[in-house]
Design a binder for this molecule. Structure first.
Ligand SMILES: [Zn+2]
Length: 165
């Protein structure tokens, strides 16, 4: 196995924290026209092929748009703040989204746009907008780590390594 200083070569589920500098409007595949408010959005995903490779892909801007979330991570003004990773084999993306909706002191949390990132799931969607202030990130990360066992925060810098460029 490769030496991995992030310790997350395992498969698992993650909450990717993104920050949008301003509101974005765009077409997202079969979802049609979508709007994304400025501020902090959290995308829940699963990476059965390994968390590290998947997170590195999210950070990379130069990629073929394949998933809904690629439309965001390749957009101007979108920055990856970091991710909370979980290696539980049973945790689902929707569990993460549900937990984030319950963050105390965050009244704005909203699953939107409907069905984003969840084409193959029966749920409401795998993206939740947490509000405009970047400081919400700390509150939401703490809530996730406290609420779901085994979560670990990786900053954008920890995800991004020069060899991934
Ligand atoms: Zn789901």
């Amino acid at each position: 196995m490769q030496d991995d200083d992030t310790g997350v070569d395992e498969a698992g589920t993650y909450a990717l924290f993104l920050h949008l500098e301003e509101e974005l409007q765009m077409q997202v595949g079969a979802l049609g026209p979508c709007s994304f408010p400025m501020g902090v959005h959290v995308y829940a995903g699963s990476a059965m092929g390994g968390l590290r490779a998947r997170l590195a892909r999210h950070v990379r801007r130069d990629k073929r748009v394949h998933w809904h979330v690629d439309r965001l991570t390749t957009a101007t003004g979108c920055r990856v703040l970091g991710a909370v990773v979980f290696t539980s084999p049973v945790l689902q993306e929707c569990d993460i989204i549900g937990s984030l909706e319950g963050v105390k002191g965050v009244d704005d949390a909203e699953v939107r746009p409907p069905r984003f990132g969840a084409s193959d799931h029966g749920c409401r969607g795998h993206l939740v907008w947490m509000g405009e202030e970047a400081s919400i990130t700390q509150v939401a990360v703490a809530h996730l780590i406290k609420g779901i066992t085994g979560g670990r925060w990786l900053s954008g810098e920890e995800i991004w390594r020069p060899e991934d460029r």
